[in-house]
Write a protein that binds this ligand. Structure first.
Ligand code: BG6
Length: 491
């Protein structure tokens, strides 16, 4: 068995009581333990406002791992993992509490990593508290969750605040989509295959659709979600990251600097959406009650803790244009929503129709080659094309065919790496390439802010209700049918 030697770390999780820590971080760390990726002296210190002792924290962690990993916990692995877990009762607004943390940390031997799984408005207190207790030495690292801020101004503010106490090489800004196998594969697909490489521009591509559909609602996170909405929760980060990866030019090399540089060029070329085009370019919706997989689910405003009058969007569809030579005239249609029919993410590349039809018995005007990249679940790649129907017919008869490659499920059934697993490991290794730069985040906000602003000011673009378990509000279809296009149906 190969044991990977990372540096020994003290990983502090601020927000240990929170959803992210229980749902994603602890299960991912347990999986890393299982695959022997964690240094033997690494420790995990949950930090939060609770007077749990170590035993209580370990018990809570075990339940969370069991619930969210959906597998039986292996006793031997758990015993090893649980000895790494410690807890520090800390209120991040109390400067002196950081000295409690200092007592637990082993600064001489271990590299300290602070994971801030806390809302944006608490971050500065964490930075200052860490600085006061000298818990920000050059060797330490700090991980920031998305969304970073709630607009350009607040994002800049956080970046300016953190830059007083940590240098850029210490800051890891997370977007967990960048840790997903299928998203990383997009780079290989585009830049290792001349077939795709040469056909990736406005001469061959008609338009591209990106769907990230979620079945879950807001999972008890009403307070967080209601001030965020789907636009800041999903589009500003995950979906814009997918968009930049599929549209960026070939980077000079495969280093994080070169890739980030290309992604940034795309972000700064996004055509702005404002009051003048908000109605033709965006749709927003909020889920009403409905049935998903045979189960009744409540509306957004009936969720636990909800404000009945909330106008926060849980669904967004946007038509995006990129103002550069390569993509001039190619629309990108993005959509994402909660409580839709099922969970799946997909990119569909529609190629241009044939200019001339040699096959008079077929209506080529109806047909477009498509490349369908299923990001999850069941990662696969399909190509839609036409074939001659075999037979003695005098005339050519064409039929639709599909090439399909199951990227992960068949060939590598055991390699199911969770995005957080990969990113936590990268942070322990001290490698920043799968993290997002300050510039990318600020550039995204520059494009997002005017949209949110226009939504507030434009009366006709009111939020539309959609029934849970459907594909979103009716206007989402209108966004495409106006251009004589249709959403590629889930199948
Ligand atoms: C998170 C959002 O960043 O991503 C959640 O805050 C969303 O609201 C989640 O549900 C989706 O992630 P995934 O990996 O399940 O697609």
């Amino acid at each position: 068995m190969i044991i990977e030697i990372n540096q020994a770390c003290d990983l502090v999780i601020f927000g240990a009581k929170g959803d992210l820590s229980k749902r994603k971080l602890l299960p991912a760390l347990y999986k890393l333990e299982k695959s022997n990726k964690i240094h033997k002296n690494t420790r995990i210190i949950g930090a939060g406002r609770a007077d749990w002792n170590i035993q209580e924290y370990r018990k809570i962690a075990k339940t969370a791992i069991k619930n969210f990993l959906n597998e039986e916990i292996d006793d031997i692995i758990w015993r090893k993992f649980s000895t790494r877990l410690h807890f520090c009762n800390i209120d991040v607004y109390e400067k002196l509490h950081f000295f409690r943390l200092k007592k637990i940390l082993d600064q001489k031997k271990n590299i300290i990593i602070h994971y801030c799984a806390m809302p944006p408005d608490t971050l500065n207190s964490i930075f200052i508290g860490l600085k006061n207790a000298s818990l920000n030495p050059n060797s330490s690292r700090i991980i920031l969750e998305k969304p970073l801020g709630v607009c350009l101004e607040t994002s800049k503010k956080i970046n300016n605040q953190i830059s007083k106490y940590f240098s850029e090489s210490q800051i890891f800004r997370i977007d967990h989509y960048l840790g997903k196998e299928s998203i990383l594969n997009l780079i290989a697909l585009r830049f290792a295959n001349s077939f795709f490489f040469h056909n990736w521009n406005n001469k061959t591509i008609d338009h591209i659709q990106i769907t990230v559909s979620e079945e879950v609602g807001i999972e008890g996170r009403w307070n967080y979600f209601d001030t965020t909405g789907q636009m800041k929760d999903m589009i500003q980060n995950h979906i814009l990251q997918i968009l930049t990866i599929i549209t960026m030019d070939q980077p000079k090399n495969i280093t994080s600097e070169s890739i980030k540089k290309e992604k940034l060029k795309i972000l700064s070329s996004l055509k702005s959406i404002n009051k003048s085009n908000i109605n033709t370019h965006t749709v927003r919706g909020q889920y009403s009650s409905g049935i998903i997989k045979g189960k009744n689910v409540p509306s957004y405003t009936e969720e636990q803790g909800a404000n009945k009058n909330s106008k926060t969007e849980t669904f967004v569809a946007i038509k995006v244009n990129i103002e550069n030579k390569k993509w001039f005239g190619v629309p990108f249609y993005l959509r994402t929503g909660k409580r839709l029919q099922c969970k799946y993410s997909e990119i569909v590349v529609f190629f241009k129709k044939m200019p001339i039809n040699l096959f008079k018995t077929s209506n080529l005007q109806e047909f477009q080659n498509k490349l369908i990249i299923r990001l999850e679940p069941n990662e696969n790649i399909k190509v839609d094309f036409l074939n001659k129907k075999p037979g003695l017919d005098q005339e050519y008869k064409l039929e639709n065919s599909q090439l399909e490659y199951n990227y992960l499920s068949k060939k590598y059934p055991k390699i199911l790496i969770d995005a957080y697993e990969r990113l936590l490991l990268e942070s322990m290794r001290g490698i920043q390439s799968l993290f997002v730069s300050r510039e990318e985040i600020e550039e995204s906000w520059k494009w997002i802010d005017p949209i949110i602003d226009a939504w507030k000011k434009t009366k006709n673009n009111e939020i539309q209700l959609y029934q849970s378990g459907t594909w979103g509000p009716e206007n989402s279809n209108l966004l495409l049918s106006r251009d004589e296009r249709f959403w590629y149906e889930f199948n």
